[in-house]
Design a binder for this molecule. Structure first.
Ligand code: NAP
Length: 262
């Protein structure tokens, strides 16, 4: 990770869960992190917890609004000189963290899922790649995908609605981006990281509101076996730490004892 010390990482969804843990891990490795989310104060608070030489700066950004995203990247260009690493972590499953149903969800709710999980990922990636190309073409784009981006999980009592479609799009975006970058003979790396269930706000609210489970998500008797956000940020640090000739294409991560897409 030495080569990233002092470099600039943009982490979307840095106010919670995987994004927050990733922002901290990258700052602990000496990166200057800019986190994008609507709850800017939560990102700012993370800066007090940085143990390494890096920093975390929060920017308020609604990723469903293209102007917000473009303004954020302009600010990063002016204040930090550009972007070296982009981690697309922000994600949305549906209102009240209940998956947006294909039969009863509203069209606006579907659009919010697709705007956050697909369109915003593409806009942030386009803006970051422009900046990385100007800065020597050595960047790294990491999409936080999902096992649901490879296979639709079978949860008959709580179907995941439009969410798996949005994550399948991320799988396709990862490969299409790689092909476009190859055509440019770019050295920018692209990695998709696909976790199973992770203990974050998203799954806690889902477990409480939908499944009626309140405590001990990770207990021995728990229905849910979960990863920790740190398990995902460890994978991000691993992918970033590979030598310049190595590109981690896809990492799927699940807790021990779980079948694929269980
Ligand atoms: N948790 C899991 O089990 C799991 C499993 C596989 C994949 N994933 C993926 O991992 C990623 C992170 O999920 P998580 O579990 O860490 O979720 P989380 O704890 O619910 O955090 C979601 C993050 O996304 C941000 N966000 C959502 N909508 C936004 C918007 N319109 N504008 C700006 N920021 C927005 C939230 O920030 P604000 O609310 O402050 O705006 C928050 O920081 C997602 O892409 C998710 O699909 C999660």
């Amino acid at each position: 990770m030495e080569r990233w010390e002092g470099k600039v990482a943009v982490v979307t969804g840095a106010s919670a869960g995987i994004g927050a843990t990733t922002a901290l891990a990258l700052a602990d490795h000496g990166m200057r992190v800019v986190g994008l989310a609507r709850r800017q104060h939560k990102i700012q608070e993370l800066n007090n917890a940085v143990k390494g030489r890096g920093t975390i700066r929060g920017l308020r950004c609604d990723l469903t609004n293209e102007e917000d995203i473009l303004a954020a990247f302009r600010w990063i260009q002016n204040s930090f000189g550009g972007v070296d690493v982009l981690v697309n972590s922000a994600g949305f499953i549906g209102n009240k963290t209940v998956p947006a149903s294909l039969l009863s969800g509203s069209s606006n709710e579907w659009r919010s899922v697709l705007d956050t999980n697909v369109v915003a990922v593409s806009i942030c990636t386009r803006e970051a790649v422009k900046s990385m190309r100007r800065r020597g073409d050595n960047g790294h784009i990491i999409h936080i995908n999902s096992l649901a981006g490879h296979k639709v999980p079978f949860f008959p009592s709580t179907p995941l609605g439009i969410y798996p479609a949005s994550k399948h799009a991320v799988t396709a975006l990862t490969e299409s981006l790689r092909i476009e970058l190859m055509a440019l003979k770019s050295r920018i790396k692209v990695t998709s990281i696909s976790p199973g269930s992770v203990d974050t706000e998203m799954t806690r609210t889902f477990a409480t509101n939908v499944l009626g489970i309140k405590d001990q998500l990770n207990g021995e008797q728990s229905y849910f076996k979960q990863l920790l956000p740190e398990d995902v940020s460890d994978a991000i640090v691993y992918a970033l730490g590979t030598r310049p000739n190595v590109q981690v294409h896809e990492l799927t991560i699940q807790p021990i004892g779980q079948r694929l897409c269980e």
